[in-house]
Design a protein around this ligand. Structure first.
Ligand SMILES: *Cc1c(COP(=O)(O)O)cnc(C)c1O
Length: 233
């Protein structure tokens, strides 16, 4: 076995153990948490190995990179997630590959995904990205804009809006990170009463390598973890 693969196994096991431990401590079942392995800058060969180890969900944040790598990975029985900034002219690259999109927050993106998914007779599961930190550089809707946004997307039946996504601010202050995740959870709890049609907000996509334990404590159901699994020292 190659050294790379050994290290990958170790890192994957460590992450899984940490997830299970925190979930248990928080009174949650690890089974309700989906690990999305984020493969930006990870070569196709390593993704193949990761799939061989049992990773089932993979996320990419650049449409073109995903498209190029996917050509070498079409045989894998895994689920792809698009998690990055959406450029309308690149929606056509990820819709054929992905089942999930985590980063939707504009109606024109919704329209383009609808159009592409319709042509492929496909359903796309969508998270609405929310800016819970107030940082101007961050993508996403302000929390108080999400309800109105969801009322606008009902006609786009190729998309099922299953949850909310956020990125915590870049800080070491755990209380600040926690507040960001908590905002997302409380928003989800509030919005559930308005679910109807293709709007079924239930899931929370939050937590990355440096903050996933806090995210689990705050109710994350999808974790997006890259460097903790793939980054070599
Ligand atoms: C890169 C990325 C991640 C994973 O980040 P890590 O710190 O490597 O775990 C998660 N979500 C998004 C949107 C990303 O771009």
């Amino acid at each position: 076995m190659k050294m790379d693969e050994k290290r990958l196994i170790q890192r994957y096991e460590t992450v899984r153990t940490r997830i299970a431990r925190v979930a248990e401590r928080a009174g949650r079942s690890p089974g309700e948490i989906t690990l999305v392995a984020v493969t930006k800058n990870v070569p196709a060969e390593l993704i193949r190995q990761a799939a061989g180890l049992g990773m089932k969900h993979f996320g990419e944040n650049r449409a073109q990179e995903l498209r190029e790598k996917y050509q070498h990975l079409t045989h894998l029985r895994v689920t792809w997630h698009f998690i990055g900034r959406i450029q309308t002219n690149k929606v056509k690259y990820f819709v054929p590959i992905c089942q999930y999109v985590h980063s939707v927050w504009r109606v024109n993106e919704v329209m383009e995904i609808q159009k592409r998914a319709e042509r492929l007779d496909k359903t796309i599961y969508v998270f609405v990205e929310v800016n819970t930190s107030g940082e101007e550089s961050k993508a996403g809707l302000q929390p108080d804009q999400v309800k109105a946004f969801l009322s606008q997307v009902l006609p786009y039946d190729r998309l099922r809006f299953i949850g909310l996504m956020t990125m915590a601010p870049l800080t070491r202050e755990k209380s600040v990170i926690r507040a960001s995740f908590r905002t997302l959870r409380e928003l989800r709890d509030h919005l559930e009463q308005y679910n109807k049609g293709n709007v079924e907000i239930r899931e929370l996509s939050m937590g990355m390598s440096n903050d996933f334990e806090i995210a689990i404590e705050e109710g994350a159901t999808y974790l997006r973890i890259g460097s903790a699994i793939f980054k070599s020292e």
